[in-house]
Design a protein around this ligand. Structure first.
Ligand code: 5RP
Length: 217
């Protein structure tokens, strides 16, 4: 099965988690794009969506799905999003699409985070995919030096400005033994908005190609 076929199957399975009359949290990326297309088929049965990016907002609106402000709707029952890497404990690296900050906010605001991926995203240890870090532009060098001190090799994603007006450093060269600890350390560096490690709040369910993958205890 191709990667796109796996992504589509995962997205279709995630639609089964959507409850009627609710507001759905929606992530960003090519896998989520399949989910949004599916959500359009049931748009009359949901209240709307909270979007994690301008890209997803455009796609939701093109289908006539109302995009709502998180502040106005409060906690969400469900958040559906993709990932760049996923370990056996449902801890993730996200932010390949530079939407990590809004994604982390919505994940935190949701009772259930369903992550939809294809097989290639599964890893034993996080870190082969560089960890995106969103930084306030004036702090780029300061944060870069702090990331080097943590053993990483940051590379500025030049030309990319996030939806929040910030920049991205992609940190290579980490084999991440303690994702929760590293996430906390990165997030404490002044100038960091957030990092793309989703370990303190991992996914609740991971769907790969149409099947829910058991989490390692
Ligand atoms: C965007 C993300 C995406 O979820 C991640 O990059 C996966 O994208 P795709 O589904 O296109 O492989 O974190 O910031």
């Amino acid at each position: 099965m191709s990667r796109d076929e796996q992504k589509k199957l995962a997205a279709e399975k995630a639609l089964e988690y959507v409850e009627e009359g609710t507001v759905v949290g929606v992530g960003t990326g090519s896998t989520v794009a399949f989910f949004i297309d599916g959500l359009a088929r049931m748009k009359d049965r949901i209240e709307g969506a909270v979007s994690s990016s301008e890209q997803s907002t455009r796609q939701l609106q093109s289908h006539g799905i109302p995009v709502l402000d998180l502040n106005a709707v409060g906690p969400l029952k469900l958040y559906v999003d993709g990932a760049d890497e996923c370990d056996p404990y449902n801890r993730l690296i996200k932010g390949g699409g530079a939407a990590l900050t809004r994604e982390k906010i919505i994940a935190q605001a949701s009772d259930r985070f369903v992550c939809i991926i294809d097989e290639a995203k599964q890893v034993e240890l996080l870190g082969a995919f560089p960890v995106p870090v969103e930084v306030i532009p004036m702090a780029r060098s300061l944060v870069g030096r702090a990331l080097v001190a943590l053993g990483g090799q940051p590379v500025w994603r030049e030309g990319v400005v996030t939806d929040n007006g910030n920049w991205i450093l992609d940190v290579h060269n980490w084999r991440i033994q303690d994702p929760v600890g590293l996430e906390a350390k990165i997030n404490q560096i002044p100038g960091v908005v957030t990092c793309g490690l989703f370990a303190a709040r991992p996914a609740d369910e991971v769907i790969i190609g149409g099947k829910v993958r058991p989490v390692r205890p």
